[in-house]
Design a protein around this ligand. Structure first.
Ligand code: BGC
Length: 451
């Protein structure tokens, strides 16, 4: 099943890379607001409440987009939803770039968020359904790599503008280039063979598989997919009540919450603020330190892609959480010791980098990989929707509450709290998360659901 020739493999990589552009927009559009807001608040004379509304609008949109993504993907197909998300990206980027009022800005950002929510759910799903087991971890990892590259570009743009008056119009408008690439590129990519099977179109699925696999393995793949569908065909599954689906849905949901409540976006959104708390005096230096965070995030995501199909998902996830705990405990301790004050900036930078490297090597990419692997084909889109909605919701909650938590219990208290949540996460992952390395999606489904 896992044999492919060079040309098939190249085609799978091409489809993966084009799809992953959706991840880049996710990273760029969530990251760019922290720089753009500096200029927006001056131009529109925003109150702090309006400022928060503009910053969080994209996350609210993402919750909405993710909520409908699964239904749309099951109904109309994965590829079509990605193309729709690209069109929404283009239109909403133009709308935000030329917004003449705060209301227009907020509406534009919510719609950008809807596109992000759609793409964040469907891109990993589509990649996992066209790929082969042997390299599925690496391929779905491209999506996370693209997210991290998008975040890094947003940091670099922010840094570039930190010395002069920024032009926020361009910050939003540039997103239309990758969005157009995504839309046009996807137009030429095949539909997901698994979705076609689910729609009862084995002949078309076979045609798609001929582009992705050598002839000799196609028939058995078709039969395996068909077998998993047959076992559920007569039975319209309710994902919240069917006990077997519910069991995997809980694993996906908890992993999704774990990915957020262990603090990643506290670092991604507030790294410059954290460096300023650690006595980095100039804005530019604080933003430059964030650029280091972005670079380490990209680099260790690549390391993860090289390891995931050999080490497996569980080992990387656990290693990742251990590293994150070390980073968080160090941050907490450094912020607690006034005698370290003169070296606080460098110590905090090092501990943040340990944390981000650890996240990037495991919890970042592997959460998205597992959600695309765990659910049965019949309900894959709907289950992913639930899990991804939770991810954006907790992203929003943490993003909005970090500064108030620091106010209430200090920066050290906040990092202790995140370390505590990470320790609980280790226990959960150790006990409950299954290993999916090297198995076909149908084998995973048979092991987790049917038995
Ligand atoms: C997470 C995002 C996060 C990003 C950082 C993704 O896997 O879902 O919330 O901002 O990683 O690289």
């Amino acid at each position: 099943m896992s044999h492919t020739t060079g040309s098939h493999r190249r085609f799978i990589y091409l489809a993966t890379i084009i799809t992953a552009v959706g991840g880049m927009l996710f990273g760029y559009d969530t990251g760019i607001i922290s720089s753009a807001i500096l200029y927006l608040k001056e131009q529109f004379h925003m109150s702090p409440i309006l400022e928060e509304a503009v910053v969080s609008a994209v996350l609210i949109g993402a919750v909405l987009g993710a909520a409908v993504s699964g239904y749309l993907a099951d109904q109309y197909g994965r590829r079509r939803v990605i193309i729709i998300s690209a069109i929404i990206f283009i239109l909403s980027s133009i709308e935000t770039a030329f917004a003449g009022s705060v209301v227009q800005l907020i509406i534009g950002r919510i719609i950008v968020g809807i596109a992000i929510g759609l793409a964040s759910c469907i891109a990993p799903l589509y990649i996992s359904e066209i790929s082969i087991p042997k390299i599925r971890g690496k391929l779905v990892g491209f999506n996370q790599l693209a997210i991290t590259i998008g975040i890094l570009i947003a940091y670099l743009v922010g840094f570039g503008f930190s010395y002069e008056v920024g032009n926020w119009h361009w910050m939003f408008l540039t997103a239309i280039i990758p969005a157009a690439l995504l839309g046009v590129g996807m137009f030429f990519m095949p539909r997901s063979p698994r979705w076609l099977m689910k729609q009862g179109k084995p002949d078309q699925a076979k045609l798609v598989l001929e582009k992705l696999r050598p002839q000799s393995v196609i028939q058995s793949e078709i039969e395996n997919i068909q077998a998993t569908l047959c076992s559920e065909e007569n039975n319209k599954i309710n994902i919240f009540t069917n006990p077997k689906v519910k069991a995997v849905l809980i694993i996906g949901a908890l992993l999704s919450i774990i990915q957020q409540v262990t603090g990643i976006n506290v670092i991604i959104y507030y790294s410059a603020t954290i460096f300023k708390m650690a006595h980095v005096h100039s804005d530019s230096h604080a933003i430059l330190s964030s650029v280091y965070v972005g670079i380490v995030n990209v680099f260790f995501t690549i390391v993860s892609m090289m390891l995931v199909d050999h080490w497996g998902r569980r080992k990387l996830l656990l290693t990742s959480l251990y590293g994150m705990i070390i980073g968080l405990v160090l941050m907490a301790v450094f912020f607690m010791l006034p005698q370290l004050s003169s070296a606080l900036d460098i110590l905090v930078l090092v501990s943040v980098l340990i944390y981000i490297a650890a996240f990037a090597v495991g919890l970042g990419p592997i959460f998205w990989l597992l959600t695309a692997e765990l659910f049965p084909l019949e309900v894959r889109g709907r289950c992913m929707s639930v899990v991804v909605v939770l991810n954006w919701l907790f992203n929003l909650i943490l993003g909005l509450s970090f500064l108030s938590i620091v106010d209430a219990i200090s920066a050290a208290g906040c990092f202790w709290l995140l370390a505590g949540l990470s320790i609980l996460s280790v226990i959960y992952v150790y006990k409950r998360v299954p290993e999916t390395k090297g198995k076909t999606l149908e084998e995973i489904q048979n092991e987790l659901i049917l038995h």
